[in-house]
Design a protein around this ligand. Structure first.
Ligand code: ATP
Length: 463
């Protein structure tokens, strides 16, 4: 690859990214993330030399060589004048679900590194080959639905840091050619060929013939599924805007007409998101069960529970509230913790030693305190009280200080609503319904998107 085409490539990959707060590049030292770092450095040097660039390597401590590999990346960065940090994953490593736990820890550490520098953008080196593997793995698991969209071009982490995958449209072979041309080596992670794991198995299977055709087909399928997923999210957001309201914290009311709306598919998607939000679930409510519930809601009053949410349909509306079971036990507030997945807890600067040493706890408001809440017009008091009882409240020595529906901001702890299924990871496909639900439940608005202007063909949904 000539220097000229390299410049073209980096411009095409990064031209629309907002580097105003800088960027963290997630670099494992493999070919993809090494290429990402070089192209990014080249782009920033040429177009935005004042923008900060920080490379971060996570040492998962899962292989004997991992610390040495992280130091190799540090050396590589030092040679090029790129700031670099190594972050180690401490703590217990689970016996099952290790790749998923490692990924969670990796994104948490990357986000902490970005936060510490005031950076709002993290870039990873996922390629078109990774995307094809993801789609084929999901297909092999019989996930024929919207999961076939694969990885989103961007994902919002913890409702505040964007993780962007600018290489998602670029083939690994092209990146490796670029590295070879510049005489730059990379680390081969032995886990990538360890067939005990699903992805290496898929990679090996893909390499066994017709790989180009199968990859191209998988990518086309993914692009189509991404369009469909964005579209249904947009329609679901319209229904949420039009039919849902929040009479009191913890209680969502849907107009009865929602159940009979002509766009049944979007109504099911909206219901899946709303049930997960109200129930504090990190994944959407089951599609088939929501479809059945919606059908029943069309014909009769009912009271049912799904996704930890009580669905109480009456003539005056369809009401959703968190069921009163399995609420979190009273516990001292922890910074950036999700309480019941429904509230984000942030410790303010004014928190004192006494507060920290056990004086403060977060616990459900409970039936007694909820019973004292004033009635709300047109809302059956039994419903609003049951919803309020499951809301978090701040207590000190048995005395109730405030609850999340009140003016919690004046307390040393802020407890703000979160959109449970998207609170940790929000794929860009779902920004429209996430924004609609955030407005509904009083969660903070979404941060500005990571792309400037048009989406550069990434399938990005503008919030
Ligand atoms: N140890 C690491 N340190 C920093 N970044 C990493 C590390 N491992 C992976 N990454 C980042 O994640 C990208 C994808 O890596 P890889 O495909 O190995 O991870 P994955 O677990 O399959 O992906 P995902 O994290 O989305 O599931 C890399 O290109 C790199 O940007």
């Amino acid at each position: 690859m000539t220097p000229d085409t390299k410049a073209n490539l980096s411009d095409r990959l990064f031209f629309d990214l907002d580097f105003s707060t800088g960027a963290v590049a997630a670099v494992s030292g493999g070919s993809d993330s090494t290429a990402l770092l070089l192209l990014l450095k080249d782009h920033i040097d040429r177009t935005e030399p004042a923008a900060r660039l920080l490379a971060v390597t996570v040492d998962h401590g899962l292989r004997p060589d991992s610390a040495d590999e992280a130091r190799l990346v540090a050396h590589f960065c030092a040679q090029r004048g790129i700031a670099h940090r190594i972050l180690a994953w401490h703590g217990d490593k689970p016996a099952t679900g290790l790749p998923a736990a490692a990924r969670e820890a990796r994104y948490r550490l990357l986000a902490e590194a970005a936060d510490a520098e005031g950076i709002k953008l993290i870039l990873t080196g996922h390629t078109a080959d990774d995307q094809a593997e993801t789609v084929l793995m999901r297909q092999a698991r019989d996930d024929e639905g919207r999961g076939l969209a694969g990885m989103a071009p961007a994902t919002l982490h913890d409702w505040r840091t964007w993780i962007v995958r600018p290489l998602l449209v670029t083939r690994r072979a092209a990146l490796r050619d670029m590295l070879r041309h510049r005489d730059i080596g990379w680390i081969e992670d032995p886990t990538n060929v360890d067939v005990r794991f699903e992805r290496p198995r898929m990679r090996a299977a893909l390499a066994q013939g017709e790989s180009e055709r199968r990859t191209a087909e998988a990518l086309a399928r993914s692009a189509q599924a991404a369009r469909e997923r964005h579209d249904i999210g947009r329609r679901a957001a319209m229904l949420i805007d039009a039919f849902a309201s929040r009479p009191v914290p913890g209680l969502i009311r849907l107009d009865c007409d929602f159940a009979g709306h002509g766009d049944g598919q979007a109504a099911i998607y909206a219901l899946r998101i709303l049930l997960a939000t109200v129930g504090g679930m990190s994944f959407l409510a089951d599609e088939a069960r929501c479809a059945a519930l919606l059908a029943r809601l069309r014909s009769a009053p009912l009271c049912a529970t799904l996704s930890r949410t009580v669905v109480d349909a009456r003539r005056s509306g369809i009401f959703l509230r968190r069921e009163n079971r399995n609420l979190p036990d009273p516990a001292p507030p922890v910074d950036n913790q999700l309480w019941d997945n429904r509230r984000r807890v942030t410790l303010g600067g004014r928190i004192t030693l006494k507060d920290r040493s056990g004086g403060l706890v977060i616990a459900p408001l409970g039936a007694a305190a909820a019973g004292r809440a004033p009635p709300i017009e047109e809302i059956p008091p039994s419903l609003s009280r049951a919803a309020l009882a499951a809301e978090p409240s701040l207590w000190s020595g048995g005395e109730q200080l405030d609850f999340a529906g009140g003016n919690a901001g004046r307390q040393p702890v802020s407890i703000v609503p979160a959109v449970a299924p998207f609170a940790r990871f929000l794929p860009s496909f779902d920004v429209e319904p996430a924004a609609a639900v955030a407005a509904l439940v009083g969660a903070p608005p979404l941060p500005a998107p990571p792309f400037r202007g048009q989406d550069g063909g990434r399938g990005w949904a503008k919030a």
